[in-house]
Write a protein that binds this ligand. Structure first.
Ligand code: SF4
Length: 359
């Protein structure tokens, strides 16, 4: 959790035992670590010298070497319709990432990014058009949540975290796992594992690591961005499918279901004349017979330059799935006015600031 550029240690990337070791190494009592973390996660303090009840010499120890996180807000886009706020953050190496506050859901939710850019290049996604730069560190993922909470009215906190922002979370597995540990911990954000969702395009090695992780990811929700029922269509919109075809993905998900006993959530974004025929709904229902599931059918937020359009057949598609006994939720697209699809606010900011030269 040390930043190579300025050699700060980021407190939001440390586990309790790691901070305890830092305190002891600095000559302070072990219980001081919990006091520091209470300041960050309970009281929302973002500067170490504002943490209450710390002695002066501990504040002096923390102040030059430690920092809570390294994110600064560059832009906020407020949705008039549903009160979502999309944030664009600058990191210490000047890279930009997005996160979204969504207060309208059953649980107030924050959508977190896991990479700068994304190597998966899904054709419907604005982030897929951004060249992959690097994985986010744990403190940069936890930092997105802390920076949003600090920006909201006092007392507002997320009840649910979804890893559905920029990037493929399972490519950044170790940092993701540590981030989830901090989110769940009673000394951290204290968010229940069932209220944490990780979305993947179906990166098979990552799902296998998830199965191996056992208790560490127990009860965390796995969500698969499926979006097609045939390899040809899926490969056209999601290049990952060339490497991990539907049959490989299904074999892995069967293993996941058997070993964890958990439901899999499937996301299916409806694209006009690509995956929105009734025969696609029927094929989807057939595939899902093998795996305990819930399905979200999602209205598409159009992204310039993709050539893909929102389907007008959403109601019929969902009705067909329901007739076939599929547990499905139809998610009407929110936040069109705040460039809600991941990567769009970042793209717009870069266009405005750099004339689109930087991706
Ligand atoms: S949908 Fe997700 S995995 Fe695909 S390009 Fe966008 S951010 Fe990456």
């Amino acid at each position: 959790m040390i930043d190579a550029k300025n050699t700060k240690i980021f407190l939001s990337g440390l586990l309790l035992e790691e901070l305890q070791a830092q305190c002891v190494n600095g000559g302070f009592e072990v219980y001081r670590a919990k006091q520091i973390l209470d300041g960050i996660y309970r009281e929302g303090v973002v500067e170490t010298d504002q943490i209450r009840n710390l002695p002066k010499d501990l504040k002096e120890f923390l102040n030059p070497a430690f920092q809570v996180h390294n994110l600064s807000v560059v832009e906020r886009a407020h949705s008039k319709g549903d009160h979502s706020i999309k944030y664009l953050f600058r990191l210490s190496d000047d890279e930009l990432v997005e996160a979204v506050w969504m207060p309208q859901a059953r649980f107030k939710t924050i959508c977190v990014s896991t990479q700068v850019g994304c190597p998966m290049r899904c054709s419907f996604c604005a982030s897929g058009q951004v060249r992959f730069k690097r994985h986010l560190e744990t403190h940069e993922m936890v930092g997105q949540i802390l920076a949003i909470v600090a920006d909201l009215e006092k007392g507002e906190r997320p009840g649910h975290i979804v890893f559905m922002g920029m990037g493929e979370p399972l490519l950044n597995f170790e940092n993701l796992l540590k981030t989830i540990q901090i989110l769940k911990a009673p000394w951290g954000l204290g968010i229940g594992a069932r209220k944490i969702t990780v979305s993947t395009v179906g990166y098979v090695p990552g799902i296998l690591k998830w199965i191996e992780a056992g208790d560490k990811l127990n009860q965390v929700r796995l969500s698969i961005s499926l979006h097609a029922t045939q390899d040809k269509t899926r490969s056209r919109i999601m290049p990952i499918n060339d490497q991990y075809s539907l049959s490989k993905l299904w074999a892995t998900l069967r293993k996941y279901s058997e070993e964890t006993g958990r439901l899999v959530t499937f996301e299916y974004v409806l694209l006009k004349d690509v995956n929105d025929r009734l025969s696609d709904a029927q094929a989807l229902a057939k595939m899902l017979e093998e795996i305990a599931h819930s399905v979200n059918v999602i209205e598409y937020n159009e992204v310039a330059g993709t050539g893909l359009e929102r389907s007008p057949r959403g109601e019929d598609f969902v009705a067909e799935l329901r007739n076939l006994g599929v547990a499905v939720t139809y998610r009407r697209s929110k936040g069109r006015d705040i460039e809600a699809a991941c990567g769009q606010l970042r793209g717009k900011f870069i266009q405005k600031t750099y004339g689109g030269l930087r991706t």
